[in-house]
Structure formats: structure tokens, C-alpha cells
Design a protein around this ligand. Sequence first.
Ligand code: BLA
Length: 493
Amino acid sequence: SHSIPRGFLTECESEQLHLSGAIQGHGCLLVTGANETITHVSSNISSFLNLDPKSVLNCELSQVLRLPESRPKIDSGNRLLTDAYHEPSNTQLSAQLVRGADESLMVELYHPSLQSASSAPIRHHDFAKNQPHTPEELLIEEQSVISYVMSLSGFQRVLYYAFREDHDGEVRAECRQEDAYGSYLGLRFPASDIPHIARVLYKQNPWRSIPDSQEASVPIISLHDLKPDLTWTDLRSVSPIHQVYLANMGVRSSLSFPIVVNGELVALIAAHHREPKYLPLYILEQISKRVKAHEFAVSSFQTHTRLRMIDGIDHSLHQVQGLIERMGGLENAWPEFSAWLIKRFQADGAVLCLDNDYLTSGLDIGADALTRLDAWFCHDQSDLIASTDSVSLTISRFPLSEVTGVLALSILAPKCPYFRLYLTRGEHIHEISWGGRPDKPLEHHDGALGIAPRHSFEKWIEKRMGHSRPWSREARMLALKLRALLMELRLCK
Ligand code: BLA
């Protein structure tokens, strides 16, 4: 079969998930606009309230349902779980009210049996605020949160799926029922498994619940054929491509919790079950409280490591400043300065260029290679630093085989020599264990060739070549600060 490289996934990225115009069939949805007038209704309302869907459009919500009079105001992002009555038929339902866009209200209705306890009532408690400082302590906290999710949800496999700086993700912790599922622990999954739009939706919701991924979706009807924005409702229908993905994974029911720290989606907790599984919303609420405590833990870990990183950078810059001053300038200090650079940046080589002169350390570089580096780095002067972990992808016909990764910084100031500093890294050949081959197969469906989820999630080992170790966020921050220091030292006087 054909396959296309990762990264070329515009088709996946274009599905407007929040405008699917349909919901999952285990609930029913009413959307109201100004004055709580019903603007949209899912066509399955007939099986919940024995009403013709068209007949409720343009009615006031209170004409259709009786909700508690003194219900609190629901702000955007807040939810309210309550009872709802339909008087003519004397039907009682469970309702979840969520504020949508532009003052609209999403009213989700469920059969009360779906919302009643399936097990002993849970004890509500505040979770201790855990403050991990080391990666090992963070991992223990990750294991603890997924085992909580596993015990409260009763799902058969729960994964802690952490995003990497390159947006791929890896399964860092796992709990599972061994007779139900194999292990994904340690496997990497490509960024394209979760399109950008899905990530944006994630950030705005406490969970994504798909109790039965094979359930037929139910269309929403409206007065003016306008599709409602389903960003904030749990009932949003499941993308057909994701239905295939889950089926290929042996997952019938999926429940995920986003881990959002400082506005950034850093991880997901993904729970899998082989059969349909409906959980009462109060259980999801309770899990979500534990997840919030986990977000606090990740945030304090990040704060702690970033502060340590900044202290480390300050300390290093202090050292290097002393060194340059002691040696009476950059060029004289080059042997020591370059040794410091190579060690601190975990680089293999360093090149300092001042106008057309250059000094090197750790590698032999010729004029041709330098010209190509300059052309790569300098065609966009707006960047103070630049980095690549694969020169062959960024610079055509780069002549030096011992250079695979480059971190560059430059200073261009009037009356100064044109300053560039290049740090280089050699190739780092290593193996990556993927959860299935990460390039997406191209398949025909509905007569069109499109990208499909992969069929197998069996461990697939890639021998990664042509890349150096990536330049970390810390290395790039250090480079920026080093650049500022060099400018301050008036190397251009
Ligand atoms: C959504 N993909 C998702 C979601 C997850 C993953 C967690 C969120 C929805 C959910 O919780 O089920 C991916 N799930 C994973 C990964 C693991 C896991 C990586 O358990 C690892 C263990 N998917 C594809 C391709 C496309 C695609 C090729 O493989 C695009 C063409 C799309 N993924 C896709 C879409 C959604 C999605 C559209 C949104 C589904 C929805 O919310 O309806």
C-alpha cells in the first residue's frame, strides 16, 4: 500500500470536529440561544421525551423541560448536573447544562439509569497537593493518578500519554487488566494521531468521553440549518476517522482527561475498554478533581525545574563572563571558551566567525560548509538563534558528514564584525519503539484517496538516522542568554 510521510496531514487537520452537526446517541441535546429559546435539537429527542424534534424548535426551554428554578448561573466552562422533568409525559431525566458560545446553553439529557451509581458511593475528599521535584517523583505521581482513574472508572487499560517537545507522545505509565489488553508502555505515537483541532477542544473541556465508539451518531436539526458549535458538549459526535482508529486498537469505549498546565496540553490520560461503558457524570467529576490535583503537581514540578534551569544558566554565564574577561577578549579565550561551549551545550564542535575570519574547535570546517551555514542561518535575520537536528533536511548538499545538528547564534550591529557562533552535533543513531508504523497509510474510501489510521499498533522499531540529539529548550534558552551576554561584553568595540 502507499504511504505518505508524517507531517503531510492537511486532510486530517481540516475536519471541523466542533461543527459535526451530530451527537453520540446515548444522550439527547437541546441548544438554546438568547432568552433560552431552543435553536437546535438532536433528532433522537423523540425517544427521550416522545416529542417531534421540529415541534420544539423556537420554543422556550421551560415549555419543554422543568429544571430547578434556583439553579446557579452557569458561566462559560462551568457545568451543572441536575434533574429535569417533562411534565406532559411525567418523564424524569438527568440533565447536564453547559454554557456554550455567545450565551447559548447546551442542555444534555440522559436516562437517569445511565447516571445512577453502578458501585458503592465514592467518598468525596480533597486530594493532597503533591509537589514532585525530580522526574522520578513526577513519574510516581503519574502512576498514582492513572491508578486512581483505573479504580474509579473500571476501565481495562489506563495510559499516561505525555507529549514531547516535538509533539509526538509517549506512554510513560500504564495500568491494565492483563487479560484484556497488551502493553503500550514506553511506546511512542506520532503527533498526527491527535489533530490540532482535537487538541484545542481538549484544552477547553475536562474530559472527552466516548462510551461506545460504534454507536451511530444522531443528527442535530435546527431552524436555519446552522450547525451549532459543539465545543463544550460531552455529546459531540465521534469523528469517523477516530472511530476507525479506536476499532483498530480494540477500543470500544474511550475516556480521556487532558493535562493542561499553564495553558499548554502536556499530557493525556487515556482509558480504554473493550465493551461499551457508560459512567455517571459524577464519577467523571470526581476523577476530574484528582486530575486537577495532578495538574497542580505537574505545574509545581515545572516551576521547580525551570527555576533550577534558570539558576544553572545564570551560573554558567557568570563563569563564562569571568573567563572571557580574564583572557582579555573572545579570541584569546577561544581555547577555554570553546571547551566550555562544547561541554555545556553537549556539542561536538564549535565555530566562531567574525566577518570572514573563523576559529574552530572539535571539527574541521571549510569555507564551503561555512558559506552554506551562513546562507541557512542568515537568510532570515529576524531570528536571533536557530537550530536544526538534521542539516541534511535544512541545508542542501551540506559537505560535512560529522555535522548533523547545528545551533547558531549571530550578532549584527553597526561598526562591529559580523559575529556568528555555530555549535555542532554529530549523528545520533538510535532506535525508537513506535505503537505501530507512524507513517499514515493512504487508502480509498468513498472513492477518494485519503489518510487512514494505521491498522496495527504492534510495536514497530524505527532505526532513526540522519538526526543529532535534539537541542533542548534549555540549550536554546542558554544560547539566547549567551548571545545577550556577548553583546553586553561589547565584543564589537
Ligand atoms: C482523537 N486521538 C484522538 C484522541 C486520542 C487519540 C487520545 C482523543 C479522543 C479520545 O480520547 O479517544 C490518540 N489514543 C491516542 C493515542 C493513544 C491513545 C496516540 O490511546 C496512545 C496510546 N487519527 C489518526 C489519523 C487521523 C486521526 C490519521 O490516526 C486524521 C486523519 C484523527 N484523532 C483523530 C481525530 C480525533 C482524534 C479526528 C478527534 C476525535 C473526536 O474527538 O471525535
